[in-house]
Design a protein around this ligand. Structure first.
Ligand code: 4LM
Length: 409
């Protein structure tokens, strides 16, 4: 049976792994060996020359890593994929492989804090210029492209403010100019959005988030054409970053992926209800959630995302101190960075994930300093809403909200 004829839910569970090739083991074996023995110098030499497919050393891949990569490539509708030790390992391994001093990158204005920091403190130091452009209006992209532009880079939705970029529209322009287009698909996962099918060349992920899904691993993914992925594996990962995933994390990520579709459905369902609740609150000034009818890019969300996702960005009708007080009053929802876990997590980007931006840079990059970011978890949605409600009432109304959550203590 051809894998791409199967539904997504089936592919998250079966793609890339056949128990009958593995002693019938339902769960893929975990390979933790750092090196692989050759039966002769000739066999080893041929492996290094690429003339056979013998495994060599785990910095270059292992059998279980390869199974995971096949599954991820299939889910992302890519020819090939590579898993790495972290999302930053994926982004840096891919970009270091593709650029040279003198090149230019065009990046969307709003990016995860460490991606921005890599661009500012890594790439720029080595002579690669980064031009931040508002890619939510792709019709102006051409004006910024020069003969030095090598890559266009975006997240969609962006971290933390949930701005969307029309992936198909940007891809149409980058194709015309022969420039590579890389999309960080962390917030959506391939269950909600396939950037390569929309025309992008390369997809990156923090697999630490929804792909793993349980807050127990750090990992990343790069997906794209076999040719580009071979180059990234052989140079970016092997020699430049060495950001190699451990065998234990390969096994955890493989397990997490098996429930991706089920978890994402519930994350989206819960987030839609939580966004609906926040919208009715007099204490909430603004909500950015792609599933709300008044979301400025609601049409684009419907066009390129299968569901609106589990992330909500919002601002309170109050001071920054009141926003901090609100987070501190939450009893069930944890104040933590990261996202896509079973637990609901909230954080203040300006002082946490995006503290790599100065206050001026936050404004220039369209990130409000008083924004809060909520990763809606898989708890019962009524409990999540009750927690938000009691914390809002506590801050703005002297604490007359739902106190039933004290049963958690
Ligand atoms: C966070 N994010 O936002 P690793 N790309 C995106 C991300 O959100 C992240 C990474 C890459 C958060 C981490 C603390 C869109 C991370 C980097 O953390 O290196 O796996 O991924 O809370």
């Amino acid at each position: 049976m051809k894998s791409n004829k199967l539904h997504f839910a089936t592919r998250t569970i079966h793609s890339g792994y056949d128990p009958h090739q593995n002693h019938g083991a339902l769960t893929p074996p975990m390979h933790t060996s750092s090196t692989f023995a050759f039966n002769s110098v000739e066999q080893g030499g041929a492996a290094f020359a690429g003339d056979n497919d013998h495994y060599i050393y785990s910095r270059l891949g292992t059998p279980s890593q390869q199974q995971l990569e096949q599954r991820l490539a299939d889910l992302e509708e890519a020819e090939a994929a590579l898993v790495t030790a972290s999302g930053m390992g994926a982004i840096t391994s891919a970009i270091w492989s593709l650029v040279e001093p003198g090149d230019e990158i065009i990046a969307d204005k709003s990016l995860y804090g460490c991606t921005f920091s890599f661009f500012e403190h890594g790439l720029k130091k080595f002579g690669v210029a980064v031009n931040y452009v508002d890619l939510s209006t792709p019709q102006f992209l051409s004006e910024h492209i020069t003969d030095k532009t090598k890559l266009v880079y975006t997240e969609s939705p962006s971290n933390p403010n949930m701005r969307l970029v029309d992936i198909a529209a940007v891809a149409k322009i980058t194709r015309q100019y022969g420039i590579k287009f890389m999309v960080d698909n962390t917030f959506c996962t391939p269950y909600l959005q396939n950037p390569i099918a929309l025309g992008a060349d390369i997809v990156v992920h923090s697999a630490t988030k929804y792909l793993g899904g349980h807050g127990d691993l750090i990992a990343g993914v790069v997906a794209g054409s076999a040719e580009v992925l071979l180059h990234i594996r052989q140079y970016g990962l092997k020699d430049m970053t060495g950001a190699v995933i451990s065998g234990h994390d390969v096994a955890l990520l493989m397990r997490g992926l098996k429930t991706l579709h089920v978890r994402m459905d519930r994350h989206c369902e819960n987030a839609q209800k939580v966004a609906g609740y926040l919208q009715t609150s007099p204490y909430v000034k603004q909500i950015n959630y792609p599933g709300l009818a008044n979301f400025p890019q609601a049409e684009l969300a419907k066009k390129q995302m299968r569901q609106p996702g589990g992330m909500i960005a919002f601002e309170l009708n109050g001071s920054r101190e009141q926003a901090a007080d609100f987070v501190n009053q939450l009893e069930l929802i944890l104040c933590a960075v990261s996202l896509g876990d079973t637990e609901s997590l909230i954080q203040h980007p300006a002082s946490m994930t995006h503290s790599t931006y100065t206050e001026e840079e936050l404004i220039a990059h369209l990130i409000s300093p008083s924004l809060l970011r909520l990763s809606v978890g898989l708890e019962h949605v009524d409990d999540i809403i009750a927690d938000l409600d009691q914390a809002l009432e506590s801050v703005f109304n002297g604490g007359s909200g739902n106190k039933g959550l004290s049963a958690l203590a």
